[in-house]
Write a protein that binds this ligand. Structure first.
Ligand SMILES: *Cc1c(COP(=O)(O)O)cnc(C)c1O
Length: 355
């Protein structure tokens, strides 16, 4: 794919204090855009100065939520090199999300090339400190100018980037999680496995309610019986029970996380048993009461792993592992961040260096 590059004439001042980056608040100098039209395919790939978009108020995405996105990071190693972690997995998931939402898919190699070229152009925006990164947000919008509900004829693929701080500026702190018993995030046959904006819009209410009660996120139950564990806010979830790692299986309502997949592979390599299956809240709390739940953690690109220190369900509250990060959680964190920031060797072929 040909990519036209128009560099900004007025580069922004890059943040100097990398301890104050936060998440998703400042944006790099450029954005990538590719147009799509039915019958014509993807065309006019360009990297241009970061700017506002202009669309008719009748544009489909504003009314019917035809939007999907991805989230990945560009990491800087101690030697100053820039690298990506399993970007092909993001590309494939983006196409799966597109298929579910009737948005156009893109050739895998083309999408990967766009991501790599964009990072190459924005390379200087990748911060230096261990734990910081350039967060990349590819997304696809359905932009037909009509209020009629149809499959999309016109779309855009975009990438923006935000230098982001370490998720754990003060060390890894376990979080308190509340099991949500009213709202559900997704059902099988719905859009749970797609990374689409609509899933987030619908989950805000429960997240807000949990926050008011002092919890950082909710743990979702399945949408049919409200019995089985699904995932946490924007993270997949894993439990270590009697030495075995148990994580909800992918039956259509859970987002197939790349961090989840990577953790499963690493755990199995290390000889730790992993079960991907249904796990009910009752089974989990039974294990908690009997002292058999050794560790619990969330997995996602933003936090890598996030230890869960307290779980609450129907008014019952339990502390996990003395509100401390567990051995397996710490090992996963060290192994993944070691590879991502280039401190340890990548013996899995997961790292993609940027020129
Ligand atoms: C993105 C996301 C995750 C985590 O996926 P990773 O690929 O590990 O970052 C988990 N759950 C939801 C709902 C998500 O949107």
């Amino acid at each position: 794919m040909d990519i036209r590059i128009e560099k900004t004439a007025t580069p922004k001042q890059k943040p100097t204090d990398e301890s104050k980056l936060g998440f998703g608040q400042i944006f790099s100098d450029h954005m990538l855009i590719v147009d799509y039209e039915n019958g014509k395919g993807w065309f006019n790939a360009r990297i241009v100065p970061f700017q506002n978009l202009s669309f008719s108020p009748a544009t489909a995405v504003f009314h019917y939520g035809c939007e999907i996105f991805e989230g990945l990071k560009a990491y800087r190693t101690a030697e100053g090199n820039v690298q990506l972690f399993r970007p092909i997995e993001n590309v494939r998931r983006m196409n799966n999300s597109a298929e579910r939402m009737c948005l156009p898919q893109m050739d895998e190699e083309d999408m990967l090339q766009l991501i790599e070229k964009y990072v190459e152009v924005e390379k200087d925006w990748v911060p230096n400190t261990f734990g910081t990164s350039l967060y990349l947000r590819p997304f696809i919008l359905g932009i037909d100018e009509t209020l009629g509900v149809h499959t999309i004829q016109k779309a855009q693929f975009l990438i923006i980037a935000s230098p982001s701080g370490s998720y754990y500026p003060e060390g890894i702190n376990p979080v308190k999680i509340m099991i949500e018993t009213e709202d559900v995030r997704a059902v099988r046959g719905g859009t749970g496995y797609a990374k689409c904006g609509g899933n987030y819009a619908a989950s805000t209410r429960a997240g807000h309610k949990a926050e008011l009660q002092g919890y950082s996120q909710v743990l979702w139950l399945d949408g049919v019986e409200q019995k089985y564990i699904e995932e946490v806010g924007a993270m997949n979830v894993m439990f270590k029970i009697d030495g075995t790692v148990v994580t909800p299986g992918l039956y259509g309502s859970v987002l197939p996380g790349i961090t989840r997949k990577s953790c499963i592979e690493l755990l199995k390599d290390k000889g730790i048993a992993v079960e991907e299956r249904k796990i009910s809240a009752d089974e989990l709390f039974q294990a908690l009461r009997e002292g058999r739940l050794e560790e619990a953690w969330g997995t996602g690109t933003a936090a890598v792993v996030s230890p869960i220190g307290e779980l609450s369900y129907k008014g019952e509250k339990y502390t996990i592992n003395n509100f401390e990060i567990g051995e397996t959680t710490q090992w996963l964190y060290d192994t993944l961040t070691g590879m991502q920031w280039g401190k340890t060797e990548d013996n899995k072929g997961w790292i993609v260096p940027i020129k």
